[in-house]
Structures are given as C-alpha cells and as structure tokens.
Design a binder for this molecule. Structure first.
Ligand SMILES: Cc1ncc(COP(=O)(O)O)c(C=O)c1O
Length: 445
C-alpha cells in the first residue's frame, strides 16, 4: 500500500481488544464533551508513527492536533525534558525566578516577526494565552470593545470562547458570554465559498469594518484590539486573500487598535515559516502561541510589544504557566525547528500540496485544496460549483482512513486537515496519499 515505508501496519481489527478495554473505562469515567471521531488508543509515538495498545502501527497526520511539530518523542526534546526534570519540576514563575523562563522569552522575542523588543507572559494552553491577550489589550488601551472573525477558533474558556465563532455547538448552553466582542467576515465576502474569489473580496472585509461597522455601530476609538488567526484553523483551514492581513493591520494602526495574531495553530514552523504572519508581511502587536511550542509539553505564551505589556504586578499570573520542564522542551523544540524542520515543512508542504491538487483533478469530491506548508486542508463537496458540502462523506472518509492505518482529523464542516509532524518525509507523504486517494475513490463510488 505504501511507497517505501513498511507502515502503517495493522495486526488486529480496530479497535483491538486492549483498545476496547480502554474505551469501556473511558466511557464510564471521562467527560463526554470530547469529540473523538474514531477509537485510537495510543501506546507509543515515534516520529510520524503512532503505535496503539494492540500493536497496530499508524501513520499520524494529526500530530496530536498540530502539537508534535518535531514529531513524536524527538530525542533532543526528550533529553531536554529529562535534564530539566532531574533539576527541578516546579517552583512557579509567579513568585520566583528561574533562568530558563527568561532564556526562552529572549528566544521567543528573537523569532517574533517585526522589529522592537518583546515581553512574554507564560500560560499552559492556547485558550489561556488568548485570555491573557484579551486582558492585556483592555488593560493597556483602556478600551473595551474587540473585533474577531466568523470562522475563528480561539479556545474554550469564557473569553476565548466569546472571541470564537466557528461552530455554535461550542457556545450552546454557556451564555452569557463576555460582552463587547463583535464578529465580522474573515477575508472573503458573504457570497464567497472560500477561494472562489469575487473581485471585491480582497477589500470587502476591511472596507466593511471601516465603512459600515465603524460608522454605524462601533466607534473605533472604543476598540481595543482585533484578534485574527493568520490562517483559520478549526474554521476549515481558510487562507485569506494575500492582502487581507496587511489591510487589516493598516486599519488598526489608523485607529490605534492593537492587532493580535493568534498563531496557536499556525505558529512554530507549521506553515513553512516560524510564524505564519511572515507570509503576510505583518508585524502584530501581540501574538499568542501554544500547540507546537513545546512538542507536546503543556505551554502557552502571549508575546507582546515591550511598551504594550505594561500591566502592574498582580494584574495577571499563573501558578503553572511557564513550567520549567515545558520551557526546556520549548527551547529544544525551537532549536530543532531552526536546524531544518521549518525548511522541511516548506519543502514537504509544497510536495504534499501538489499531490493533493493532482488528487483533486481526479476526484470530484474534492472542491478545494488549501493551506501553507504542512497546514493543508481539503474541502469535500458534492458538486463542482461547491454549492453542497459533503459533510457526512468527510466523516466517513476520516473513519475509513483510520481503518487503513492513516490518522487524519476534520476541520470546518466539510474539510479534512493534514498536519503531520514537520519531520515528515516524502515517503511518508506518498504513503498517506496512497491511502487517502484509494479511500476517496471508495467513498465516491
Ligand atoms: C487558533 C487556535 N487558538 C486557540 C486554540 C485553543 O488552544 P487550547 O486547546 O490549547 O486551549 C486553538 C486550539 O485548537 C487554536 O487552533
């Protein structure tokens, strides 16, 4: 089935007997709010391989939801974790100092796009980094209103949830949310299936904010910040028109509004550059990181321009944020990314996208192939005009790929995302493509 690799390799029906035992206990004791699509029970990970509790070997094109950017258990990351664990596990940066926190902050400032000094606030997750940014923009500007985008996902804590607008199920039952947040269209006009551009799409969104929103409903001098993902992730891997972010940044600067780039999914090399903002030539005032920052150890960061992060002691803090073991993993992660993985993401991403486009030419079910680097999405549709979304087919496709040993995830209503570790090889991409293509044909017929 695969080109020159000998995995995936399945040795039991799925789920196997040991996996079934875990599933039974999970059903009894774990919150039912999680969204597991298929029953993978991991025992071990290695590079782009995942081995389950029954000995089945999978090709992992999820990287734990775009987290294990250096692959599973990269040796340099594991060594950094062990070395730090042998020194101390925790002390809390809220009340004490440790060198690795400022060392990592210096590194994060250095890899930040744009010029000028930066400061870092550490958290444990994406949502917490977003919460920190939401608090900081209100604190610094003394303004209360915020703009974010339809299709965006920023996390599930109350502030991050209030900024999000990708699926209403995320919000159902949790109102009232944080007030003062207005959602606007992301990069494309309302009539536009993403990527089928109307001539006015490039300017539609920013003009609409300026001419309609600011004149009729929202005084711009009361707006603290715009929160934007460089590429929308959970919303369906939506790459906005090339000039969108730049125009948005110009608008922000005109009215003294802060630009917050949520790089939680797009950052840390995922798109073939260290930060996705670099593709769009923008210099955000603040950006948020998590996911790929520490190769799987829990860590988030909110990186802000030095003059903006001006809050007083006690304004914001976190017991665990910036945990030393996570910081150590992050420093090792950045080194591995700089030593070639970001470049590999760009090269392999181009190769992969070409394969997906070739697959689209042969399969009517694929309406669109989009993304940058190794953040690639395929939209499934029922007609060439892309008027009918193939939602149920998408779910069947992801499940059928799992049964053949390829781990994928959906995004948006009807898209599949491909987000392997950035160490992925051409042979592994060929292996994944062979399974994906074969399964697509089976779903189509
Ligand atoms: C762009 C973006 N922001 C924020 C989050 C929330 O991150 P976390 O799940 O770590 O809270 C996610 C998670 O998928 C994300 O993709």
């Amino acid at each position: 089935m695969t080109a020159s690799i000998d995995y995936p390799k399945l040795v039991t029906e799925l789920p196997g007997p040991k996996a079934q035992e875990v599933l039974a206990k999970d059903k009894k004791f774990i919150s039912p709010s999680y969204t597991r699509g298929y029953p993978l029970v991991i025992k071990k990970g290695e590079g782009v391989k995942v081995i389950d509790v029954d000995g089945n070997i999978f090709l992992d094109f999820t990287a734990g939801i775009a987290v294990c950017n250096t692959g599973h258990r990269h040796p340099e990351v594991v060594k950094a974790i062990i070395d730090q664990a042998n020194a101390f596990l925790h002390m809390s940066g809220t009340d004490f100092y440790y060198a690795i926190q400022s060392e990592l902050a210096e590194k994060l400032a250095a890899i930040s796009p744009g010029i000028g000094d930066r400061r870092v606030f550490y958290s444990n997750s994406g949502a917490e980094s977003i919460e920190a940014a939401l608090k900081l923009v209100r604190y610094h500007t003394k303004r209360s209103r915020i703009i974010s985008f339809f299709g965006s996902f920023h996390g599930r804590t109350m502030g991050a949830l209030s900024l999000s607008a990708s699926k209403s199920i995320h919000e159902k039952g949790f109102a009232p949310l944080v007030p003062g947040i207005t959602h606007v269209p992301y990069g494309y006009c309302y009539r536009c299936p993403y990527n089928l551009k109307h001539p006015e799409c490039d300017t539609f969104c920013v003009n609409w904010i300026r001419e309609d929103l600011f004149k009729r409903a929202m005084p711009p001098e009361e707006v603290a910040a715009v929160f934007a993902e460089p590429i929308q992730g959970e919303g369906g891997y939506i790459v906005p028109p090339a000039s969108f972010h730049e125009k948005l940044q110009d608008l922000c600067r005109e009215f003294g509004i802060l630009y917050v780039a949520d790089e939680i999914q797009t950052g840390m090399g995922r798109t073939g550059k260290m930060m996705a903002c670099e593709h769009f030539g923008i210099d955000p005032d603040i950006f948020t990181l998590a996911k790929g920052i520490a190769s799987g150890m829990p860590l988030g960061a909110m990186v802000a321009r030095h003059d903006i992060m001006d809050w007083a002691p006690g304004s914001h803090a976190s017991t665990f944020g910036g945990n030393p073991v996570s910081c150590s993993a992050a420093l090792a992660t950045i080194k591995v990314l700089e030593d070639g993985l970001v470049e590999n993401a760009a090269v392999m991403g181009d190769y992969f996208k070409k394969q997906l486009l070739a697959c689209q030419a042969e399969n009517a079910l694929i309406g669109d192939v989009r993304g940058l680097g190794l953040m690639l999405g395929v939209e499934l549709v029922k007609d060439r005009e892309r008027k009918t979304k193939a939602i149920e087919e998408r779910d069947r496709l992801v499940n059928a790929c799992f049964k053949k040993g390829l781990l994928l995830l959906g995004c948006g209503e009807n898209s599949v995302r491909f987000i392997p570790g950035l160490i992925v090889s051409k042979e592994e991409i060929d292996g994944a493509m062979a399974i994906f293509h074969e399964t697509l044909r089976e779903i189509e017929t």
